[in-house]
Design a protein around this ligand. Structure first.
Ligand code: DP6
Length: 358
């Protein structure tokens, strides 16, 4: 038994550790028993959105969603289980975290400790290769990488489906960052049934997300709070009633590589989610004048034959989804707009990868 599980029993690192400071032999023993793994996960952009939960504690979504992982952008997270720590610690982009970010990570470690039958605390270090506040949701990549690194560091092997359900407990959209490519996350009444799976491999269709960054300040209201407010909108029941139809249309459009059908349903689904946000009580407006200017520009480009459509998450930045052959033209058009601070370009990406373990 490499380290500390609850014995029928909780897992804990060997007691020998406590003598490691005075004994070189035991120090070696300790180093050998370090259980650490590093995972890399991509953020994802939803084509059919997740907004609102039927169970917010378990993050069981009100409707199913579809997304694409964003290659080139990633979070790398190292988890080290340690019997010596009396509480979890969390370092993000080189800075020790306290308060709400640490509490959220630690609450997720509690879920993982329970599933893995571990009592040890963990040291977590995470870094994004994309700017925080770039309008690319980081919690999806963060909780996908954290979940997989923690499980592998514990020496456990869980199947992908279960990993997606565990990642979901940390952040709903993280379920979609575990599998590769184009992913569907299923709404369901139970924890086990609300999982995510690849519906098409990354190379099935060469879509690219050109993210137009118009604002780098923090969200008006975080997603978790927004999900709980969704039901206060009179429009949410109508949005949910039509969600399965939009999901089916989106899946068919991807299957057929039918960009026109894809653009119609993706823009419509984004508009519906933002209508719910704007009509929640209290309301939240993520769109800014710059967002509207970009949405109009994207529609004008499409009218001119460029295969591009827009979608926005819980922020003002505009994700312009296009086919690879049109990506350079889309990027040039967006870079030429005074509202755009910068653009990031990401094709469809793979799933979580383990990049180190010891
Ligand atoms: C607008 O997954 O960030 O990006 O479960 O509270 O962490 P939590 O919410 P989160 O919500 C994502 C909302 C969205 C739409 C989407 O990605 O489907």
């Amino acid at each position: 038994m490499p380290f500390t599980r609850k014995t029928t029993a909780a897992r804990q690192l060997p007691i020998a550790r406590k003598f490691s400071i005075i004994s070189p032999f035991l120090l070696t023993t300790e180093l050998n028993s370090v259980h650490q793994a590093t995972a890399r996960a991509h953020p994802n952009i939803a084509f059919i959105k997740y907004w609102g939960n039927r169970d917010s504690h378990l993050r069981l979504p009100a409707s199913s969603s579809i997304s694409m992982n964003l290659d080139g952008l990633f979070t790398e997270t190292t988890v080290q289980w340690s019997a010596r720590q009396t509480s979890d610690t969390f370092v993000l982009n080189g800075a020790a975290q306290f308060g709400a970010p640490l509490t959220r990570v630690s609450a997720h470690m509690d879920h993982l400790r329970q599933r893995l039958n571990i009592i040890d605390k963990a040291h977590v270090e995470s870094a994004n290769n994309f700017p925080t506040g770039a309008g690319v949701a980081s919690s999806a990549a963060a909780f996908a990488a954290l979940t997989v690194a923690a499980v592998v560091a514990a020496g456990d092997q869980l199947d992908e489906r279960e990993l997606t359900t565990l990642a979901r407990l940390g952040s709903g959209s993280a379920a979609r960052s575990v599998p590769a490519g184009y992913v569907e996350w299923h709404t369901a009444k139970t924890h086990e049934e609300s999982y995510a799976e690849t519906i098409f491999a990354p190379d099935y269709w060469d879509l690219v997300d050109v993210v137009a960054i118009v604002n780098t300040t923090h969200k008006a209201r975080g997603s978790t709070e927004g999900h709980s407010a969704a039901d206060t909108s009179d429009l949410q029941p109508a949005r949910i009633a039509g969600a399965a139809g939009r999901l089916a249309a989106c899946k068919t459009a991807i299957r057929d590589r039918d960009f026109d059908a894809f653009a119609q349903v993706v823009e419509h689904d984004s508009n519906l989610m933002h209508a719910v946000m704007m009509t929640s009580r209290p309301p939240v407006f993520y769109w800014q004048p710059a967002s509207l200017a970009l949405m109009q520009r994207v529609r004008d480009l499409r009218a001119d034959g460029v295969r591009v459509c827009y979608t926005l998450d819980a922020g003002p930045n505009v994700h312009c989804i296009c086919v690879r052959d049109d990506a350079a033209e889309v990027k040039a058009a967006l870079d030429g707009m005074s509202e755009v601070i910068e653009t990031l370009t990401a094709p469809a990406g793979g799933g979580v990868q383990i990049i180190a373990r010891r």
